[in-house]
Design a protein around this ligand. Structure first.
Ligand code: TYM
Length: 336
């Protein structure tokens, strides 16, 4: 990534954030804000597809902002805002809906998964979810989008809509945005329950480590993590649940320790209880400073307000510049 580029990403305010959100998305935000023009937001409109209770929604928007700040996203470097505060986004969503086809949206793997999970709530917002996400990204004509692996199908559609818009109107308004991850390509942070993705909806709470989990809860969840019966002889391939624990250990800063346990596994001398104890200790150490800062920001609503007010202004300025180009390309021009 050379030169100063525009970067956009968002998180849905659907509850407490977890290590998957942190290592899939937020850690990238902190890294990118030093080098690029960054826009990070709370995707409250996207959260409406599952009809949250209004008080919970408001609370979760606040929590998501607090976590951004506590994780090191700096409002002096990056623009931080709430999606619904930028009316240009729903306007762009309307235009993009005209070039988004039903078939391609129905084929989107995340849509298929959602209709399996909630067959009684297959609303139009769910179908066009990737179009709204494209509007979020294209509104700032982004070059890079730091996200976890699960978001790649949406990003592919965003690239399609950028290309389609440019071709249809014979303009080059939108770059085709690319995914970004500090490890090279987007990752899936695994769960503790043997599942490949840590997620509130996919796996049970037992498999998820929330950023706000107190040390004893982290300890308990990790000590109960799914394992297997252990290697029966040297040089056996490492099973998925153990690989998951090793991946988590590396992410929370236990690179050397993970190498040690891989060696132990190869020799068939590994003791899972030691692996779990080390993972718990490293995770607790990793979370401690974030949790301290979460508490500080939670007690400072005035600061949150200031951050958001400044963010809205900057986000709308960028959004308005894009919308002038978009309206002009489409032919929506003022007669007066
Ligand atoms: P959401 O709110 O489900 O998740 C927020 C971010 O966390 C990442 N993530 C993970 N990454 C790795 N491993 C995991 N186990 C894991 N779980 C969650 C997600 O990939 C995501 O980056 N549609 C988006 C929100 C959104 C958005 C956008 C993102 C709306 N508009 C524009 C980027 C750009 C979503 O539902 O993320």
């Amino acid at each position: 990534m050379s030169g100063r580029k525009r970067v956009v990403s968002g998180i849905r305010p659907t509850g407490d954030l977890h290590l998957g959100n942190y290592f899939g998305a937020i850690k990238n935000f902190v890294e990118l804000q030093d080098k690029h023009e960054c826009y990070f937001f709370v995707a409250d409109l996207h959260a409406l597809t599952t009809h949250p209770n209004p008080d919970n929604l408001a609370q979760n928007v606040k929590h998501t902002l607090v976590v951004y700040l506590a994780s090191g996203v700096d409002p002096d470097k990056a623009t931080l805002y709430v999606q619904s505060d930028v009316p240009e986004i729903p306007e762009l969503y309307v235009y993009l809906n005209m070039i988004a086809y039903k078939g391609e949206l129905e084929r989107c793997p995340t849509f298929k998964e959602k209709i399996r999970q909630h067959p009684d709530n297959v609303n139009a917002g769910l179908l066009t979810y990737p179009v709204l996400m494209s509007a979020d990204i294209l509104i700032h004509r982004a070059h890079y989008v730091p996200v976890g692996k699960d978001q790649l199908p949406h990003l592919e559609l965003t690239r399609t809509y950028a290309r389609r818009f440019n071709n249809l109107y014979g303009v080059s308004v939108f770059p085709e945005p690319e995914p970004y991850h500090f490890l090279g390509e987007p990752i899936k942070v695994p769960g503790l329950d043997g599942t490949p993705k840590m997620s509130k909806t996919g796996s049970s709470e037992k498999g998820v480590i929330f950023l706000t989990d107190p040390p004893e809860v982290v300890q308990r969840k990790i000590m109960r993590a799914v394992t297997d019966s252990g290697p029966q002889q040297p040089n056996m391939p490492i099973s998925e649940p153990i690989q998951n624990l090793l991946t988590l250990l590396r992410l929370v800063g236990g690179e050397e320790e993970a190498d040690f346990f891989v060696e132990q596994y190869k020799k068939a001398t590994i003791r899972y209880v030691d692996l779990k104890k080390t993972l718990a200790q490293k995770t607790i150490e990793f979370l401690k400073p974030i949790q301290e800062r979460i508490k500080e920001y939670e007690n400072n609503p005035q600061l949150l307000k200031q951050v958001v007010e400044k963010g809205i202004e900057k986000a709308r300025e960028s959004a308005q510049q894009t919308m002038e180009l978009v309206r002009d390309a489409i032919g929506i021009r003022k007669l007066y």
